[in-house]
Design a protein around this ligand. Structure first.
Ligand code: ACM
Ligand code: ZN
Length: 622
């Protein structure tokens, strides 16, 4: 009996210890995204009340920034938080400078008496402010926003380039949309907005010396639906879909972004993906045939979407373009494209062939390298750094060109070791046009990049030359992104995994731990009226042939703590339907579809995922 009591006491003790350990762990984590480098919680708290002020630093240089902060906090708390130049000695939020910190680093010190926001540069103050505001907004969910826990946070980014790319050619998104996008990304310390400004489906930037780029190149016939197989323009049909940014728009946008410490990097995609350019100025193509800007893809439509790189007048126009871009975008970078070039136009072009001879090149592959180096030189002549998508060119590229590595990680590993600076956006981990749920249910042109998969992105893959890695980005091609809500839906919550992977130097949390954090941020996206995908709750069905050649199904989830319920009788399952128990299931005779849903307890978490058995048989190769 005594032994039993002793054992019971031991078990109880263990239980108490493990519960308090779990609580301590929870307490040590404010669910911040990205996770700061170091975070130590105390036991007291700072209370924001009507007397709390934001103490302006000496001089008026930073007044506008701090006033923005005070307005933002007042909005969140629905209570005015004023700025002031002096304090009674406690109950204030102070901005101070520590020159020893890195240019984006910060320290946040919350005590019972005051909050201190410490950085070397305004960018550090901004990031510290984002952290503080995140704490307030997460607390708002528990009705506790005025109470800031005592905490010391020191933090700085792992990478300088923490980017998102939007393709504004395939679909156009106006300035107001981009401003809202910048607002959201900057809350998560993402700091580069790469604009893919030109492609076959539209030229989106005013170039004053080449007005037809926008009067012709920015417009195409309107089409709705699936990108592949979109109907070609009819004879005489008006090109009414499109738009572009005027140079004034860009000034305004750049200014807006700068206040949020976001750098806007322009891209003109050359020498391929250039149908809009060719439609505006057919003389710059090898065939010189008139073209129209397309809705849908030109690959099978025999459209000349590549510029002639033999012709000197092509370079004259490109120089004008680069010159104006360099004037209107203050970024130190200009992206010059370079992906997916159909080089056979050059093989059949006398002018291009002559260029190959004159320059002592072997073939069209080397001709492309020649073109890239020549355009890169124009960019450098303007004091800027060129970026390209290139990775497989035969003749060496100038190592001054930053490599944006997109097909996989191998390109970045290779070129970083050849002396190129690199930015990683490996498609299978970071492309935001890839869909987030079952392909059968989506109108998206390519493949899958689920939320849990995007979390696996490691900007420092094995073998990479670490000192040449600028960072990485999520890239959102917009073939199937026709409006702002879809733009947001494709970006969030995958943008959160990007922010974590590109900023946080803290040990990487396991997927289930990070997922919990994501879940606590979803209400903040809702609060900002930002759309996001909840497809990560979807059941994932895998179809296989069993030993008897019959199709069997297994079901997986990205979220570990949900139950999946299913039905084969074409009724919508709920939590009272058969629960998937982890074993392969056979398909009842006559079933047309499987319908699945995930629940956490009594709360429905996923949509109902309905897939035809015929589709599953196709996948199982039956
Ligand atoms: C690309 O996805 N073509 C860069
Ligand atoms: Zn040519």
């Amino acid at each position: 009996m005594k032994i039993f009591v002793k054992m019971l006491a031991k078990v109880m003790l263990l239980l108490v210890v493990s519960i308090s350990f779990a609580k301590a762990q929870q307490k040590n984590d404010l669910a911040l995204i990205p996770q700061p480098s170091s975070l130590t919680l105390g036991t007291s708290a700072f209370k924001i009340d009507k007397q709390t002020i934001l103490l302006l630093p000496k001089g008026d240089e930073h007044t506008a920034l701090i006033k923005n902060f005070s307005e933002q906090l007042s909005g969140i708390l629905k209570q005015e938080v004023k700025t002031d130049t002096k304090t009674s000695g406690k109950n204030f939020i102070q901005f101070s400078i520590n020159k020893n910190l890195g240019s984006e680093a910060y320290k946040l010190q919350v005590t019972k008496q005051k909050i201190e926001i410490i950085a070397a540069k305004p960018a550090g103050w901004f990031y510290c402010w984002q952290t503080l505001v995140q704490i307030v907004r997460l607390n708002l969910q528990n009705g506790n926003a005025h109470q800031i826990p005592e905490v010391t946070i020191t933090d700085e980014p792992k990478f300088a380039w923490r980017g998102l790319m939007i393709d504004v050619s395939r679909h156009f998104f106006d300035k107001a949309v981009l401003k809202r996008y910048i607002d959201q990304m900057s809350k998560y310390k993402l700091n580069v907005l790469h604009l893919h400004l030109t492609d076959n489906q539209g030229w989106r930037i005013e170039i004053k010396q080449l007005p037809k780029l926008t009067s012709v190149g920015a417009w195409r016939v309107p089409r709705t639906g699936y990108w592949s197989g979109m109907a070609a323009p009819e004879p005489g049909e008006a090109a009414t879909y499109g738009g572009f940014y005027s140079q004034e728009d860009i000034k305004d946008l750049v200014n807006y972004a700068a206040k949020r410490f976001v750098d806007i990097v322009p891209e003109v995609d050359l020498p391929g993906h250039s149908l809009a350019f060719v439609a505006a100025y057919p003389e710059i193509s090898c065939t010189k045939t008139p073209q129209q800007v397309l809705a849908g893809d030109p690959w099978n439509a025999k459209r000349t979407n590549v510029v002639c790189v033999g012709n000197d007048s092509t370079y004259t126009k490109i120089e004008q373009i680069i010159g104006e871009l360099a004037e209107i975008f203050p970024s130190k970078y200009i992206h010059i494209g370079g992906d997916e070039v159909t080089r056979n136009y050059w093989s059949n072009c006398k002018v291009c062939q002559k260029r190959i001879q004159d320059e002592g090149l072997k073939n069209v592959d080397e001709l492309q390298s020649y073109f890239v180096n020549r355009v890169a030189k124009m960019v450098k002549a303007k004091g800027k750094t060129p970026i390209g998508w290139y990775e497989t060119l035969e003749r060496g590229l100038d190592t001054g060109i930053v490599q944006m590595s997109w097909k996989d990680e191998k390109g970045a590993v290779k070129t970083s070791n050849e002396g190129h600076k690199v930015i990683l956006t490996p498609a299978f981990l970071t492309y935001l046009d890839f869909y987030q749920g079952d392909p059968y249910l989506e109108n998206a042109p390519f493949t899958v990049n689920r939320l849990s998969n995007s979390y696996k992105f490691n900007p420092l893959p094995e073998g990479i030359n670490v000192k040449n890695v600028l960072g990485g980005q999520g890239s959102l091609w917009t073939e199937q992104v026709p409006n702002e809500r879809k733009l947001q839906f494709m970006t969030w919550p995958r943008g959160l995994t990007l922010a974590e992977n590109l900023w946080s130097a803290a040990p990487k949390p396991s997927w289930p731990v990070f997922l919990k954090k994501i879940e606590s941020h979803l209400p903040l996206l809702t609060l900002d009226s930002t759309n996001y995908s909840a497809y990560f709750y979807d059941p994932i069905v895998i179809a296989k042939k069993d030993d008897n050649g019959e199709i069997v199904l297994t079901i997986d989830t990205e979220v570990p703590d949900v139950a999946v319920h299913y039905a084969f009788d074409d009724t919508d399952p709920d939590q009272f339907y058969p629960k998937y128990e982890g074993k392969a299931i056979a398909i009842p005779k006559g079933a047309k579809n499987i319908r699945m849903v995930s629940y956490r307890g009594d709360t429905q978490k996923s949509r109902i995922v309905k897939l035809p058995i015929a589709e599953l048989k196709r996948r199982a190769k039956l």
